[in-house]
Write a protein that binds this ligand. Structure first.
Ligand SMILES: Cc1cc2nc3c(=O)[nH]c(=O)nc-3n(C[C@H](O)[C@H](O)[C@H](O)COP(=O)(O)O)c2cc1C
Length: 197
């Protein structure tokens, strides 16, 4: 069985972010399911606002290249995101837009997201759980060529959703998280170009 490499990150940098807590849970669950997990923060890849004049004059920022390489080095990605006005927060959309412009790494033609499986989680302190934003995030990632698995996990009333260990309180949500992680691990393993069978 191939051990898939999964990259996990949140779509928020807020201190105490609910999406960071959801990413923590996903990271734990993916490791339990046997994946090799890398956790990053988009804060380590600060990017200017996507602007094609800037791109033409200065090229793709080094941080976008590094993020693209991280994605390319994995078989799957899991993004835990809030929604802003029922859509994708600008931090996350901006990162995806820059990474989508990376088409070469040295002599190699590359397509970040195009070789990966992806899975989505959301959270909010409200009842909608940020799930409206995931429809947009799903569409954007699909446009970038990612294979987004159907199950997803959306955590409502997030300020009360975690226990003191950081685990999800509700059994229903724990099951959802298990399901989305299983779908991602399976699809990422199938897509993996890793040789260790
Ligand atoms: C510009 C903006 C728009 C927002 N729009 C929504 C929204 O549409 N739905 C929602 O549930 N929460 C919305 N929120 C509240 C966020 O869910 C809340 O700030 C949340 O804590 C952010 O996610 P985080 O905890 O992962 O940082 C919005 C917040 C901001 C700053």
């Amino acid at each position: 069985m191939i051990i898939p490499r999964i990259l996990v990150f949140a779509g928020s940098l807020r201190v105490g972010a609910f999406s960071g807590q959801v990413a923590d849970v996903a990271q734990k669950e993916l490791a339990l399911q046997g994946a090799e997990v890398t956790r990053i923060s988009l804060g380590d890849y600060p990017l200017p606002l996507m602007d094609q004049n800037l791109e033409r004059e200065k090229g793709i920022p080094g941080e976008a290249m590094q993020l693209a390489r991280q994605i390319l080095a994995h078989d799957g990605i899991l993004i835990a995101s809030p929604e802003y006005n029922a859509s994708i927060p600008p931090l996350l959309k901006n990162a995806i837009d820059w990474v989508s412009r990376v088409r070469r790494d040295g002599d190699r033609a590359v397509k970040p997201f195009g070789e990966q499986a992806a899975a989505l989680c959301s959270s909010s302190d409200g009842a909608f759980a940020g799930m409206r934003g995931l429809y947009h995030l799903r569409a954007v990632l699909m446009a970038c060529g990612a294979e987004v698995v159907t199950p997803q996990c959306s955590v409502p009333h997030a300020s009360k959703a975690f226990d003191s260990n950081g685990d999800l309180v509700e059994e229903r949500l724990r099951k959802q998280m298990e399901t989305v992680c299983r779908a991602l691990v399976q699809r990422a393993a199938q897509l993996s170009k890793r040789a260790d069978a």
